[in-house]
Design a binder for this molecule. Structure first.
Ligand SMILES: *Cc1c(COP(=O)(O)O)cnc(C)c1O
Length: 462
């Protein structure tokens, strides 16, 4: 198995980025529950034939869709070890909990948070953002709301984020029971950053109308174009208005490791909470999201609950309180910290920062190439590692949605799409450490070739 998967990783470039599984392969997964086992060899063979070739392809250097990390072999081996140990990292006196605490301390160091800051691994930034919002809610309404619920409180909480924020912020408002109608979506500047003047105006209007502003979510690296909000100014506003200042740094927060980019995150050090992923720019295998909270006591007070069967002791296996389960909704939790710890130990923060810089340099290279091609048009500023562009032509949205599909089906390069003010864009997010200049060249040349074909097809079908 190890030999096979290393071969796969080494030869990724030779296969297609992605291919859709044919019907006969899908058919294999409609079988009834096996009553008797079959050999490991046969099962592994089925994995090689029916699963491995039909993954989405984010490990492949030509993958540029959405914002997904490439993973790394060291993290993969650590996953195997973690599965062998089979640690349940909900709590108790065990070193796997200490590994997670070590990561928390490293992150506190990186973002200049106090040593009393707390943090836990979660599936991804979606859940991390929810936890940030949840702690802010406890801060705003008091611990009693955990018992009383929102309806007992006369105050109507309202939160703020930009139109460029990820949809999970809105979802967090829904899940927290505050309601998406109480999220104020503030417009963006031409640079796709939250408009701070519009934010101030909205907060005043809400206070005048009797609402209780409580939460401000800035974004470090928007998912659409990779913009970074003016976090310093947001921190000022949050301080003046006594709002919880949260940063969704799902991928962008890790740019703190890249010396030439880190200064653009200035202000993140003043956040009350930061949500981010190790599985994106840090290349840790999925899944590895993280939430860091400045006020550890408040974080604890937002989730900890006494239960007789989770009694704590000074000694014995039930020692070591507080436990990770006191800081989030999960009780049983896997050992996500190990693959993260291995990745950071083996490669070191500097080299991981260099990978982040490299993907941003490639984005600038792609930008320059697009600007030099009369048939291509850049649709947004290239702030980090995301490049939005389109092929010029009539029926632009149709043309470019077809082009994105054609690129994905080519197996050569795989961008995704998004909707910008000018219309549908092809969006190349360069996240994978394996991506190089040849992949960028392939994206441009394949887009030009397939784009010209689609223009002809559209003209013929008129
Ligand atoms: C990816 C992303 C998310 C969601 O993170 P998951 O790990 O997919 O849950 C949230 N915000 C931004 C800015 C992202 O890029």
């Amino acid at each position: 198995m190890l030999d096979d998967i290393f071969d796969y990783m080494q030869n990724l470039r030779e296969g297609p980025v992605w291919q859709s599984a044919p019907a006969d392969v899908r058919q294999q997964f409609l079988q009834p529950l096996p009553r008797q086992g079959q050999s490991l060899e046969k099962t592994h063979e089925s994995f090689k034939q029916n699963i491995l070739p039909y993954a989405i392809g984010n490990a492949h250097p030509g993958f540029m869709g959405w914002v997904q990390g490439g993973g790394n072999p060291v993290g993969m081996l650590a996953e195997m070890l973690a599965a062998g140990v089979n640690a349940n990292v909900g709590g108790r006196d065990q070193m796997p909990v200490e590994v997670e605490r070590q990561i928390t301390r490293w992150m506190a160091e990186l973002f200049e948070f106090p040593s009393t800051a707390t943090g836990i691994f979660v599936t991804g930034a979606s859940l991390a953002n929810l936890i940030g919002l949840w702690v802010a809610k406890t801060k705003a309404l008091g611990q009693d709301t955990r018992k009383l619920g929102l309806h007992e409180d006369q105050r109507q909480l309202v939160a703020y984020t930009s139109a460029g924020a990820h949809a999970c912020i809105k979802q967090a408002m829904d899940l927290a029971g505050i309601g998406t109608q109480h999220l104020r979506v503030i417009p963006m500047s031409t640079q796709f950053e939250l408009d701070c003047e519009a934010l101030r105006t909205q907060i005043q209007a809400d206070r005048a109308a009797g609402f209780t502003p409580f939460f401000l979510a800035g974004t470090a690296g928007t998912v659409d174009v990779g913009a970074i909000d003016d976090l310093s100014q947001l921190a000022d506003i949050a301080e003046e208005e006594k709002l919880w200042f949260h940063v969704d740094g799902a991928f962008g927060a890790m740019a703190i490791l890249a010396p030439n980019i880190a200064h653009r995150l200035r202000g993140i050090q003043r956040a009350d909470s930061i949500a981010f992923d190790f599985h994106k720019w840090l290349q840790v295998p999925y899944d590895a999201g993280f939430i860091l909270v400045r006020n550890g006591q408040l974080h604890y007070d937002s989730f900890a609950a006494a239960a007789g069967y989770l009694r704590r002791e000074q000694r014995g296996m039930a020692a070591g309180s507080p436990w990770p389960c006191d800081f989030g909704p999960d009780l049983s939790r896997g050992f996500r910290a190990l693959k993260t710890w291995f990745t950071i130990q083996v490669y070191g923060a500097q080299r991981l920062g260099e990978v982040i810089q490299q993907t941003c340099d490639l984005a600038q290279y792609l930008k320059t190439k697009i600007e030099a091609e009369p048939n291509l048009e850049l649709l947004a500023p290239v702030s980090l590692n995301i490049v939005c562009f389109r092929y010029r032509g009539s029926q632009s949205d149709l043309l470019n949605s077809r082009l994105a599909v054609a690129l994905q089906e080519s197996g050569i390069v795989a961008p995704s799409t998004n909707i910008l003010p000018q219309g549908l864009a092809i969006r190349a997010a360069i996240v994978n450490h394996r991506t190089n200049a040849a992949d960028i060249d392939a994206l441009v040349s394949t887009a030009l070739r397939l784009g010209a074909q689609i223009v002809e097809e559209l003209a013929a079908s008129k």
